[in-house]
Design a protein around this ligand. Structure first.
Ligand SMILES: [Zn+2]
Length: 160
């Protein structure tokens, strides 16, 4: 019973991770940014897609992971720097979405986009980036300079 309960809990968490990651991916595609990769690992199970890239590191990395947790390795091709997010059982889709959006923003700005403002604030002609915030429960991208702009993560579009 215990083993099975763990598996179904992991399935619920993986579903939340999928929904949260989809929202961030939608923004990347809409804005023409490099598209990040989300690799989900339940406990310490091997994940070839990720482990084959870090053969030297994997063994050490695995011993640091919570065997009962779900972890998400977020990376942006082609340079592949990655950040691991711990998806604890109690975290909501909005919570995960907010963290994924922040991680992807950091990876893109420090990597492929070389310091560009991303995502660009539509209210200020892209002169500064939007920041992840919460509006009620929702994960949103917001302009930090007053109530200029706010949009749910996953709903950004290129200004026309
Ligand atoms: Zn702004």
């Amino acid at each position: 019973m215990g083993e099975e309960a763990d598996r179904s809990l992991a399935a619920v968490v993986e579903e939340r991770v999928g929904s949260a990651a989809d929202r961030v991916l939608r923004d990347c595609v809409a804005l023409g940014a490099p598209v990040p990769e989300f690799v989900v690992r339940a406990g310490r199970e091997p994940v070839d897609q990720f482990d084959s890239r870090y053969v030297q590191l994997t063994e050490m990395l695995l011993t640091q992971l919570d065997p009962a947790g779900v972890h998400v390795d977020v990376s942006v091709p082609p340079d592949r720097s990655s950040v691991t997010v711990r998806a604890a059982a109690g975290r909501s889709v909005e919570d995960l979405c907010a963290e994924f959006a922040e991680v992807v923003q950091q990876l893109l700005v420090e990597g492929e986009l070389r310091g560009a403002a991303w995502p660009p604030c539509p209210a200020h002609a892209g002169r500064h980036p939007l920041w992840v915030d919460r509006s009620g429960d929702d994960a949103v991208w917001a302009c930090a300079k007053g109530p200029g702009f706010s949009a749910t993560v996953g709903s950004l579009a290129v200004e026309t």
